[in-house]
Write a protein that binds this ligand. Structure first.
Ligand code: GLU
Length: 377
């Protein structure tokens, strides 16, 4: 009997869909039947109570057809123009197959900076988690139209891994045209062995994304970027599957262990990975002083609200790490602040209703969300 895979146990799934699956390579049009089938599969995940995020490629492949670019190699400007023309078709296609299930989709285009710069990261995270919290499915792609080479991912495998990390997903599925990792390129070597489970991404495994498997598949990334994505995600506490998407109901089959795939085991829980990152790698840029009531609330697992803040020290920007000090001056922990020091000074001690009147906009009453906070033990 097939065993249930990490997808069956997950609460939040990021599904990455490659161009080769979505777009017919000959005609440059959407593979409509395949997408309708996938829509059912995604609706089934939602019905099973899972949050879903889609990272989809295909904008350039769809747009080049619309703009009539026939040659095989496009210039950067032609690719960017194609992405602009293709992205609306791409988003609409997902909307069309998911709306009949009552699922709202929302387009989000990200650049490398949105996932690497903490200020932008915290903003993008808030947007995505807000969409997810109301049951919508974000349809994400790289903002190819404005990204230049230096600030580009160039492949959606790593973008999907960063998105999974950002929203705290516990499962990332890379749907592609290969059913996983082989010890050597299976198109060249008959004796290539499929590897169904990888518990650690050793240098030996990472090397399998190099020469042996580099040219596998037609996506931008090949196996090398898939392994890099697996490394980012598993270290962030997210299990990863690489599997072939052109099967009937691939996600259901994968969930039930009936689809050939390579599974990469999560190295930790996603929350633990985030907290380790906050506790270990970030230098605090200031401190927030809080009253006894707020200290008590934090000890009980609550977020830090403006009402409990008595003072602010240092110069920090939104998204920076800060220390949290109790009324007696003891350091209680640290976290990523949702406001800059200048804003935090203005709203300290305020209740939610007064924040908008003071700042001119409503940034919410939470200074540090509990998921962005690590307390001293
Ligand atoms: N963002 C690109 C597109 O939508 C695809 C990148 C990739 O293939 O990974 O066309």
């Amino acid at each position: 009997m097939a065993t249930l895979t990490p997808l069956a146990h997950s609460n939040c799934v990021t599904v990455k869909i490659g161009s080769a699956l979505l777009v017919d390579q000959e005609s440059g049009h959407i593979n409509q039947n395949w997408l309708a089938d996938l829509g059912q599969d995604i609706a089934a995940l939602k019905q099973a109570g899972k949050d879903v995020i889609i990272v989809s490629s295909g904008a350039i492949a769809l747009g080049r057809q619309r703009l009539g670019f026939k040659k095989s190699k496009l210039t950067l400007a032609e690719k960017q123009a194609s992405a602009a023309a293709g992205q609306s078709v791409l988003t609409r296609a997902y909307e069309d197959v998911l709306a009949p299930f009552g699922i709202v989709t929302a387009q989000a285009l990200l650049t490398l900076n949105d996932t690497e710069d903490r200020r932008r990261w915290i903003n993008a995270r808030e947007t995505l988690t807000t969409l997810i919290s109301v049951g919508a499915i974000p349809i994400i792609n790289e903002n190819d139209t404005v990204a230049t080479d230096e600030i580009r991912y160039g492949d959606n495998d790593r973008l999907a891994a960063r998105v999974a990390q950002m929203v705290g997903a516990d499962c990332l599925v890379l749907l592609s045209d290969v059913d996983g990792l082989y010890d050597k390129n299976p198109t060249l070597h008959e004796d290539a062995t499929h590897i169904p489970q990888i518990s650690s991404l050793t240098p030996e495994i990472m090397k399998m994304g190099g020469d042996a498997n580099q040219t596998i598949g037609v996506g931008s990334g090949g196996m090398a970027t898939k392994l890099q994505a697996a490394k980012i995600a598993t270290e962030a506490g997210c299990a990863v599957a690489i599997t072939k998407g052109n099967e009937t109901r691939p996600l259901t089959a994968l969930m039930e262990g009936k689809l050939n795939a390579s599974w990469f085991i999560a190295q930790t829980s996603s929350l633990a990975a985030r907290k380790q990152w906050i506790a270990g790698s970030l230098k605090p840029q200031g401190a927030i002083i809080i009253d006894a009531g707020a200290a008590n609330a934090l000890a009980n697992g609550k977020s830090l609200l403006a009402a409990g803040v008595t003072d602010i020290r240092g110069q920090f920007e939104k998204g920076d790490a800060v220390e949290i000090h109790g009324p007696a001056g003891t350091c209680l922990g640290r976290g990523l602040c949702g406001y800059s020091a200048a804003e935090a000074i203005k709203i300290k001690g305020l209740k939610s209703g007064d924040i908008e009147a003071t700042l001119g906009y409503d940034g919410g009453t939470t200074l540090i969300h509990r998921d962005n906070m690590v307390l001293e033990t």
